[in-house]
Design a protein around this ligand. Structure first.
Ligand code: SER
Ligand code: ZN
Length: 534
């Protein structure tokens, strides 16, 4: 990414001869001192490559790399000249303008012409050239330019690396335990067949008390053996979020394609809806296109990452050492993720359940808690559920530190920094463990660094850095992995779940003349329920 443009500095009077004679020297000073200040790689700094004095104006042609952006360069030049020339020659600076500015990006990109300052686009020799409108001093100081540059840079980085396979680096795995796998059925199919779950709508299920029993068992071990002993305390987070929250977390920019939105009605006055109500009376239908006329544009999105409200809660709050760290968990309701395809049983759904664990503290505290949680998860996977599991670092390293792009081979994985670890379990019913597609992501754990404390302005009273982290436990997926690896018969379960079954009576399944649907399902139900009702 390179910038080019002309900075015009307008003085209150014609430039004195002495200044014009000294121009070469002034420019050299600007180039060698002012514009490279604080820049590690001089190639990336700004440089004045041409200059001209015309009456009361100084025109500087500037080229810049990533580190001193041209708009910053313009302001630096102005401040320097005001300080050095101002008092000596009684020169005041009336105005600065950035004209004919353009940004060159490697590769071809779509950039919206509706964006502020973007005048035109051109593709040439594998470059995208973004031409900008004239930018005034007050506009140079606004954050739009910075954000525009950040956007363009991200487009470039994403195109350069995003095309590659998604980042996935194994960091730990269990022993091979299931050879040959003792159970190879798809538990999703069995659960539906025996009526423990029933389809509700696309990607949504009704969980009968019997399936809810498994959900509660999975949560029980997580909460009682890992989360509560580490001092996390239960809270109830909202499940419908105003759009501004998603703008700050970044989800609206990153995952808008998978989010579900909610709209409020246009009026509380029921008479407003009379026509629509009449229509429903007579036709017994509700065309969504008609309904759309009676709702406002969406102003909420449904619970997506589940931790968003935590950051919103602490937004603009100031915390001191004795308040930290803060540890909460929420399992008060579902999350929604719209999937275009690939829905499968309760394993990949639109409405799912998760225990979301969130914490906030100083970096060292956040890392320590994450590491304790990792130990807890390992215990849960190995000792409680006896799963075949593995963990992977899934943060693309080129996104980790904006601006500093390390070379892949020079880099050593350090998990004590911002990034995400995914937890996966093998699903024998899908096929051999050697193939990536036969594993299911059951949860994750992330250190966010300041990704949320910055936009939400979560502050420490002495200005120390605060970090957040979160971990999601995908409840349905833990249940499916457990059943997929050990089956429904508790004879084959590890000790802790078997004991849980002894101590917690299993509910009666739902039975009806037509439920479960098939004779085979009804027969299988009796066999399976026999295991739990001994
Ligand atoms: N909130 C995190 C996520 O959405 C962890 O659940 O991935
Ligand atoms: Zn989260």
């Amino acid at each position: 990414m390179r910038f080019k443009g002309i900075v015009i500095i307008e003085f209150n009077r014609e430039l004195p001869k002495e200044v014009i004679e000294r121009l070469a020297e002034i420019i050299e000073e600007l180039n060698n001192k002012v514009l490279v200040k604080g820049v590690r790689n001089v190639e990336e700094a700004s440089k004045i490559i041409n200059y001209k004095a015309i009456e009361n104006k100084l025109q500087l042609e500037i080229e810049a790399g990533r580190q001193v952006r041209i708009h910053n360069a313009a302001l630096r030049v102005k401040n320097h000249l005001a300080r050095t020339l101002g008092p000596k020659y009684r020169l005041g600076i009336r105005n600065i303008l950035l004209v004919n500015a353009r940004i060159e990006l490697e590769g071809e990109y779509k950039v919206s012409l509706k964006l502020p300052f973007v005048k035109n686009l051109e593709f040439k020799n594998g470059l995208t050239i973004v031409y900008l409108d004239t930018i005034s001093e007050s506009e140079l100081k606004k954050p739009y330019i910075d954000r525009l540059l950040k956007l363009l840079r991200e487009k470039e980085v994403r195109a350069k690396w995003g095309g590659k396979a998604e980042h996935w680096e194994l960091i730990k795995e269990s022993k091979i335990k299931l050879t040959p796998p003792p159970y190879t059925e798809d538990p999703n199919k069995v659960l539906e067949e025996i009526g423990f779950i029933k389809r509700f709508a696309i990607g949504q299920w009704f969980y009968t008390p019997a399936f809810t029993y498994f959900i509660n068992m999975a949560k029980h071990f997580l909460l009682e053996e890992v989360v509560k002993p580490l001092g996390f305390v239960e809270a109830i987070f909202p499940k419908m979020y105003p759009l501004e929250v998603g703008l700050k977390t970044g989800h609206l920019k990153g995952t808008i394609n998978a989010m579900v939105f909610a709209s409020l009605p246009i009026s509380y006055d029921i008479s407003v809806y009379e026509e629509l109500i009449d229509y429903m009376y007579v036709t017994d239908s509700i065309p969504p296109e008609e309904l759309q006329k009676y709702v406002k544009p969406p102003s909420y999105f449904l619970c997506f990452a589940q931790c968003e409200p935590f950051y919103q809660f602490f937004s603009r709050e100031v915390l001191e050492d004795k308040n930290l760290p803060i540890k909460m968990y929420d399992h008060s309701g579902p999350s929604f993720r719209w999937e275009a395809g690939g829905l499968h049983g309760v394993e990949r759904v639109i409405e799912f359940h998760r225990v979301e664990i969130v914490w906030l503290g100083k970096p060292q505290q956040v890392i320590e808690i994450r590491n304790k949680l990792l130990e807890g998860y390992e215990y849960l996977m190995d000792k409680v559920f006896d799963l075949e599991w593995r963990w992977a670092w899934v943060t693309p390293w080129y996104y980790e530190q904006a601006g500093i792009v390390e070379k892949e081979e020079e880099r050593k994985l350090d998990i004590n920094r911002p990034g995400t670890i995914d937890f996966e379990a093998w699903l024998p019913y899908r096929g051999p463990r050697e193939e990536r597609k036969n594993w299911l992501e059951i949860g994750n754990i992330s250190i966010h660094g300041t990704k949320f404390t910055e936009p939400f302005k979560i502050k420490h009273n002495k200005g120390e850095t605060l970090w957040t982290a979160c971990s999601g436990f995908g409840t349905e997926r833990w249940v499916i992995s457990f059943l997929a690896q050990h089956g429904f018969d508790p004879e084959n379960w590890p000790e802790k779940p078997r004991k849980y079954l002894e101590e917690h009576p299993f509910p009666e399944p739902v039975r009806g003349v037509t439920y479960p649907k098939t004779a085979k399902g009804r027969e299988l139900l009796e066999k399976i329920i026999g295991f739990y009702k001994k």
